[in-house]
Design a protein around this ligand. Structure first.
Ligand code: ATP
Ligand code: MG
Length: 449
């Protein structure tokens, strides 16, 4: 009798193994391996043998190839256009991820409504909500238009049939995890399903030249649920960030085949939906209410300077000292604390230290290091910092404060927001009304505070 073949697949990264493992050796996820049924194994075998049939296309010298003409069109949202690198590219596949309730469906329904209004035919496929539910949201967002079509469907073949029957100019899939393909014998949301569906959607987008937006759920650790390959397959990956308690949402580019990923879109959630944030002024700080443990800095989000507040709480520890941060890298916090202990002789080893960045923003810009140090010192001494001063600088392991990029742009923003003083690592090249205190060493900042 022939031996039954077994195959296990990781539901996190798609790695396959003939043996079950408690921890995936590829992505280190625990308890993620599930056994594939005999039909699933047969399907995988068939698809892999199909892909290795005779090669029909021939390679050409690059000099003989005509480049694709990318003509972008606006999504009707200034912020989304900015993150996409100037607008929507026809034939592109964009994946938008974010935690539950952050506003993924809201944003895409709004965009669908915007485009329908400028006489583009849009299809909104939802596997999560009924047409009536979406209609309710559309009323709120003023997205009702004859050009916007709703399709509450979870079967991929019906979706494809609908796309082929009509000439849509934009398609939204809400969400990839709820769709399923008859051809794949696994449950919706499984690795094989998500991979097959994305591949089919990619083919449609490229062959019909229709831009497709896909919504993807994210896992606890913040990555798109499903195989990592999903991120590799699509052209653009955008992630929503933001605290659901605050009304600000940030849309950050993670990958973009048609533009840079350094831009961030900033939106405001209100009852009319997710709108472009009008002005960033004062959104991430409150000058009047600055208390001990708070320090202000200006970070660059793409090409825009944004003033934010960093808060620290340093309190005596009973037992093992805790270090925890929200919006700031925990390892970097550990490094800054070690530096303060070593260079300034602060006994922080016996204190708990908590860091929070206001507005749910996640700091990626190293120039915020100095503000974190200032906030820690201010909380440790229980002494308020001047609400007129901002702190800028990247701190090295030796305690030296390094130069920051775009200093003049940052100083201009500080001036526009009505601040008068700044602690900076190097002399500004251009003239400024801001009173600058140059500190190239951590110890010098302490003298000044
Ligand atoms: N009437 C309303 N007024 C103001 N804000 C609302 C209203 N209804 C919903 N919201 C906001 O919209 C959010 C839900 O947005 P949305 O459904 O687009 O999120 P989502 O990212 O698609 O979530 P999911 O992952 O569950 O699909 C709510 O968390 C809430 O903040
Ligand atoms: Mg949704």
């Amino acid at each position: 009798m022939a031996k039954k073949r077994t195959l296990f697949e990781c539901q996190s990264c798609g790695f396959q193994s003939p043996r079950w493992m408690g921890k995936c050796t590829s992505c280190n996820e625990w308890e993620s391996m599930i056994e594939l049924s005999s039909e699933q194994i047969k399907f995988l075998k068939e698809t892999s043998s199909n892909s290795s049939t005779t090669v029909l296309s021939k390679a050409k010298p690059i000099t003989q190839i005509e480049e694709d003409n990318i003509t972008r069109f606006s999504s009707g949202s200034r912020e989304l256009d900015l993150v996409l690198g100037g607008g929507i590219v026809p034939g592109s596949l964009t994946l938008i991820g974010g935690s539950p309730g952050v506003g993924k469906s809201t944003l895409l329904l709004k965009i669908a409504g915007n485009l329908a209004r400028v006489s583009q035919k849009v299809l909104y496929v939802s596997g999560e909500e009924s047409a009536g539910q979406i209609k309710l949201r559309a009323n709120r967002l003023e997205a009702n238009h004859d050009n916007l079509f709703l399709l509450p469907e979870i079967n991929l073949s019906s979706v494809i049939a609908e796309i082929n029957n009509q000439n849509y100019e934009l398609i939204v899939i809400d969400s990839i995890q709820t769709l399923y393909s008859d051809e794949t014998p696994s449950a919706p949301g499984s690795v094989t399903q998500v991979r097959t569906i994305t591949f089919d959607l990619m083919r449609i987008a490229k062959s019909l030249h229709i831009p497709i937006f896909i919504i993807g759920h994210i896992t606890k650790d913040g990555s798109i649920a499903g195989p990592r390959v999903l991120e590799h397959m699509v052209d653009t990956v955008l992630y929503f960030e933001g605290d659901t308690n605050s009304d600000l949402r940030l849309l950050r580019g993670f990958k973009n085949r048609f533009g840079a990923t350094n831009e961030v879109g900033i939106f405001e959630m209100n009852k009319e939906g997710l709108n472009d944030a009008k002005s960033m002024a004062g959104k991430f700080f409150n000058k009047e209410k600055l208390q001990s443990g708070s320090a202000l800095t200006v970070i660059m989000e793409g090409s825009r300077p944004i003033i934010i507040e960093v808060q620290a709480l340093v309190s005596e520890s009973y037992g093992h000292a805790k270090r925890s941060s929200t919006g700031f890298d925990n390892n970097r916090l550990g490094m800054l604390l070690a530096l303060l202990e070593k260079k300034l002789d602060l006994p922080l080893g016996t204190y708990d230290v908590f860091i929070n960045v206001s507005g749910g923003i996640k700091i990626n810009d190293p120039s915020a290091d100095l503000a974190v140090i200032a906030a820690i010192l201010s909380s440790y001494r229980n002494r308020e910092l001047s609400s007129e001063t901002l702190f800028l600088g990247e701190v090295s392991l030796t305690g030296e404060i390094r130069e920051v990029l775009g200093l003049s742009q940052r100083l201009k923003e500080i001036e526009t927001q009505g601040f008068t003083k700044a602690v900076i690592p190097n002399k500004p090249m251009e003239k400024t009304k801001i009173k600058c205190f140059v500190a190239d060493e951590v110890s010098k900042v302490v003298e000044w505070m």
